[in-house]
Write a protein that binds this ligand. Structure first.
Ligand SMILES: [Zn+2]
Length: 111
């Protein structure tokens, strides 16, 4: 009887760790969603849906995490290969010699 009481009391302490572990597991499970959200991924909605559906499969989770981390390199928040047109202020390719928005010749420096 006394032994059983001790066992019940001891069980209360690891329960906190159980909860912490569960929160950690959930956070880990939604890691692709968290990363995609942090990076303002253009396919964020799709990643969230696929994360919920296929996150439990290790391969699906891993692929989503890679996609969230390295995919979507030309999103709106980072424009590595784009410049602003000096005539119409629209974003165009940095290699462009003619603006696709206003048709201005970009080989001549704007005055
Ligand atoms: Zn332009």
């Amino acid at each position: 009887m006394n032994e059983m009481m001790v066992q019940t009391m001891n069980f209360g302490v690891p329960m906190i760790y159980m909860w912490l572990l569960m929160i950690l597991a959930i956070a880990l499970y939604f890691m692709p969603t968290i990363v995609a959200g942090y990076r303002h991924h253009s396919s964020l909605f799709l990643i969230v849906v696929l994360n919920i559906l296929f996150g439990w499969t290790m391969l699906g989770w891993l692929l989503l995490l890679v996609w969230a981390c390295f995919g979507d390199q030309y999103s709106t928040w980072s424009r590595p290969a784009e410049k602003k047109c000096p005539y119409c202020a629209e974003y165009i390719k940095s290699e462009a010699i003619k603006c696709k928005h206003c048709g201005s010749d970009l080989t001549k420096a704007p005055t």
